[in-house]
Design a binder for this molecule. Sequence first.
Ligand SMILES: Cc1cc2nc3c(=O)[nH]c(=O)nc-3n(C[C@H](O)[C@H](O)[C@H](O)COP(=O)(O)OP(=O)(O)OC[C@H]3O[C@@H](n4cnc5c(N)ncnc54)[C@H](O)[C@@H]3O)c2cc1C
Length: 382
Amino acid sequence: MDFELTPEQQALQDLIRDFARRSIAPVARELEQSGRYPDEIVDEMKAMGLFGMLVPEAYGGIGLDAVSYSLVFEELSKAWMGIAGVLGTHSMACRIVAINGTEEQKRRWLPEMASGAVRSGLALTEPSAGSDLQSITTTARRDGDHYVVNGAKTWITNARRARVLPVLVKTDESAQPRHRGMSLLLIESGTPGFSVGNDIPKLGYRGPESSEIFFVDCKVAVDNLIGASEGQGLQQALGALEFGRCNIAGRAVGVAQAALDLALSYARERRAFGHPIADFQAIQLKLAAVATEVQAARLLTRWAAAKLDSGQRADLETGMAKFFASEVALRATLESMRIHGGYGYSAELEVERLYRDAPLMAIGEGTNEILQTVIAKLLLAT
Ligand SMILES: Cc1cc2nc3c(=O)[nH]c(=O)nc-3n(C[C@H](O)[C@H](O)[C@H](O)COP(=O)(O)OP(=O)(O)OC[C@H]3O[C@@H](n4cnc5c(N)ncnc54)[C@H](O)[C@@H]3O)c2cc1C
């Protein structure tokens, strides 16, 4: 396959790289440390159309292919991975509605989601069920022309600013297999019985909030069921996660590349025993290993995204890309920190933030343990 970017993809990469250097990198540390929400950056991303990356042009979006989509996340994450989180689950919600929604739902929601006027996220995880989504206990019981929703979700990124959220619920608790009783409901902020609880204090990924949400006898119109029938929710969510793994893999490549770039420049500047530390073979071995892994992760991500763009299922490829790239990000940020010596441990330097941001990519959108079991099952099934 061809790993070269098309002229359009190259132009998009240049555009996002320039935006990230100009508007994100200079303010990332201050925003991250103060906890102030990055409103100015969000406004620029709205103006650039980035909230509509996965909204088809017919509904006001820019309908990016998967390779371009992963490039955007790579470039943003070189500057600050937290900003990528503002767009990540919002984009997945757009895709869920675009692929599975009724025509009325698409017309109602997608244009404003594309402009960023309506923000979204994705509410799957519960306090007692993350990887094992079939064990969720949030219920939606039908009562005439609406559902009555009860339950709680946790770790829901962008929840506080979301105007509408796809929420995974059980519409039939007795269904077997259990996924046949699971559906996605679009639940709007301000609906009585729906509340956003605490924002969870986090190690990193501090741009967007990740919050608890609660439903107490929350009445949701039947028209807000995504798609034509109940029982499709888990497949709809998993389909979006397959695409979303290009986002996580792209973010991981961006964080790893940023860690490598910092390590290279520090190794040239820092002197010990009368030499730049770059002269020491111990440092060179780390730089060579990290650079090789980062490029491998990038190519694996492009390969997985290209498979998705060909219209085929790509669970194996996106799983491999997300798994490998996120492990590379963990190793690259640790090695970069070690190359920085004591300074790498200081909150004054960017490498410390990269190190705190990296683990999320090994956890979110399918933990790497789960993804390895998926990869193995697919290999064994062939
Ligand atoms: C910063 C952040 C943001 C998030 N944002 C969102 C969001 O917007 N929306 C949302 O719905 N969720 C979100 N999540 C939740 C995330 O998707 C879950 O944390 C993740 O799916 C894992 O679920 P869990 O935390 O319940 O861990 P568990 O499922 O309890 O897993 C615990 C450990 O057991 C392992 N494990 C579990 N089952 C198996 C198995 N069968 N085989 C091997 N190992 C296994 C896991 O890999 C993990 O190591 C977010 C999480 C974080 C940290």
